[in-house]
Design a protein around this ligand. Structure first.
Ligand code: MLT
Ligand code: MN
Length: 309
């Protein structure tokens, strides 16, 4: 299985267009202290030829241009693409707006929970995806579904979604619905992905690591996990926002309840943080926070990172 990290940042990217905070400013300066990162998206393939897109970010057009494996095949028909399917883990802006870039008549399937498919259905702009060619298919929790058929001895590529603690998309929050803001099962999922030999767990948004999730991830080969924030209140401390990570539905890396502690000692073979916010000090090369995370056995994803399992 081959995984390309198209975009390793959280919503807004690094630098964020209107942000003059330390990390965005450093990324803009080109000093090498912080590398620019685009918004959250991956592709995965069993054969290096047919790719499944995991979340479609607003930066998708640029991300595909920067990834030769995703270019139209030179010997193929006039219109062709290596992208064969898209799987969505929630309806956040950074995960669905790239679907608009995939108009132009290419045939592919979009897989998401019925909650997320409802969001697409209720926003008519997504009808730019030709309904004759683009099928929207529901995924069910803990059920394997074949998103790519086997071909030439490679694959299939199967996915199994699972519920993770999370939150409804920011623009769908309903303050009148109480502390959950209207969140329901299916608003945020993780994905297990298998090519019949190797398995990846992809969890770009997660509010809490509970015992169910710990048990699921015990002994995993590769976990790509929500790395939005280092500390729960870092956006407040940096004057960027009034929100904590908990309020945004994102667990932090550090602290006794953080993901480093919660996912330690589970025998996970490789752990990579993705979906990293432009407030997170691990983005500074050589920072104390980067060293801490690496000493705990984690890698920080970067755009263009390729992982072969
Ligand atoms: C998130 O990950 O919390 C969202 O992408 C935030 C947003 O919509 O900007
Ligand atoms: Mn996000």
């Amino acid at each position: 299985m081959i995984i390309h990290v198209l975009g390793s940042a959280a919503g807004g990217g690094v630098p964020q267009w209107n942000c003059n905070g330390r990390i965005s400013a450093a990324a803009r300066s080109g000093s090498g202290e912080v590398f620019a990162r685009t918004q959250s998206s991956l592709t995965v393939s069993a054969d290096g030829k047919r790719w499944v897109l995991l979340n479609a970010s607003p930066d998708l057009r640029h991300q595909m241009a920067a990834t030769p494996a995703l270019h139209p095949h030179a010997d193929g028909p006039l219109r062709n693409s290596a992208i064969a399917a898209v799987v969505l883990t929630n309806a956040d802006v950074d995960h669905i707006t790239g679907l608009l870039t995939l108009r132009e008549g290419h045939a592919f399937n979009v897989y998401a929970t019925s909650r997320v498919l409802q969001v697409l259905a209720s926003n008519s702009i997504f009808n730019v995806l030709d309904g004759e060619k683009v099928c929207r298919l529901p995924i069910e929790m803990d059920r394997w579904i074949e998103v790519l058929k086997p071909q030439d001895g490679f694959g299939p590529l199967d996915i199994r979604p699972f519920l993770v603690p999370g939150k409804v998309a920011l623009y769908l929050e309903d303050a009148s619905a109480g502390p959950g803001l209207g969140t329901s099962d299916g608003d945020t999922v993780g994905l297990e992905i298998s090519d019949g030999h190797r398995r990846l767990h992809y969890i770009p948004g997660c509010a809490r690591v509970d015992d169910t999730l710990r048990a699921r991830l015990a002994g995993a080969e590769l976990v790509l996990f929500d790395g939005t924030l280092f500390t729960d209140d870092e956006m407040i401390a940096q004057g960027l926002s009034q929100k904590t990570g908990k309020r945004m539905g994102h667990i932090s890396m550090s602290g006794p309840e953080g993901s480093m502690a919660a996912l330690a000692g589970l025998g996970i073979q490789r752990r990579v943080y993705i979906h990293i916010n432009n407030s997170n000090p691990v983005l500074r090369e050589g920072s104390a926070e980067r060293s801490l995370v690496e000493a705990a056995g984690w890698q920080i994803a970067h755009d263009g990172m390729e992982i072969t399992l």
